[in-house]
Design a protein around this ligand. Structure first.
Ligand code: SAM
Length: 184
């Protein structure tokens, strides 16, 4: 988020046909919950359009990039690499250390789909489990980001939105930003 060091999410292992919505949701979750950038590896590159479109409509900043060399991105990353995996150390045991590392420099959060190559485990500074039960990359990313930012991401402001949601007890209201300001 704005005053913090950058947080990038790397989406590995996308399986065309099977992971389409999941990969899009990794990107949307990264954006909504405070990361600055998602990098789609390999065939996940085709899932960037929706995330770019949502950023254009609901605001940024949020970057969407692709890579054909995810292992190199991890190896050469100048900052702290956190790989989210059910086999890792419990998030509640390492979150303070990761937060301290993020106070010093950028973070790369890696999430998988199918089996993640062992090299990723070896090259990560932290392998982190959000519970040690199998679930999903979207769920682990959401919980991890919320722990990292300690809830601050929920109050984040968005730059240059075309549309703003007005929270309501019942019903849906989406307005343009001038109207939202006039309501305040
Ligand atoms: N065997 C995988 C693993 O290493 O966590 C489960 C595969 S799961 C379908 C796809 C991705 O979800 C994983 O690569 C991991 O990033 C994430 N994931 C699933 N369960 C997780 C958990 N309990 N903690 C952290 N990440 C998890």
């Amino acid at each position: 988020m704005s005053d913090d060091h950058e947080v990038t999410v790397l989406r590995l292992g996308h399986r065309p046909g099977r992971d389409e919505r999941m990969t899009t949701h990794v990107g949307l979750t990264a954006r909504a919950l405070g990361a600055d950038r998602v990098v789609m590896a390999g065939s996940a590159r085709d899932r960037t359009d929706t995330i770019v479109d949502i950023t254009e409509r609901f605001g940024g900043p949020f970057e969407v990039d692709v890579t054909q060399e995810p292992k190199r991105l991890i190896r050469d990353f100048e900052g702290t690499v956190v790989h989210l995996t059910m086999y890792g150390e419990p998030v509640q045991d390492v979150e303070d250390d990761v937060r301290e590392a993020h106070a010093e420099g950028p973070l790369l959060l890696v999430v998988g789909a199918e089996k993640v190559p062992f090299e990723v485990y070896e090259n990560a500074d932290y392998n982190v489990g959000v519970t040690n039960q199998p679930h999903s990359e979207v769920a682990s990313l959401a919980v991890f980001l919320d722990r990292l930012f300690e809830g601050r991401e929920l109050d984040r402001e968005w730059d240059d939105p075309d549309r703003v949601v007005v929270p309501m007890e019942t019903g849906k209201r989406v307005v343009d930003p001038d109207e939202a300001e006039a309501d305040e």
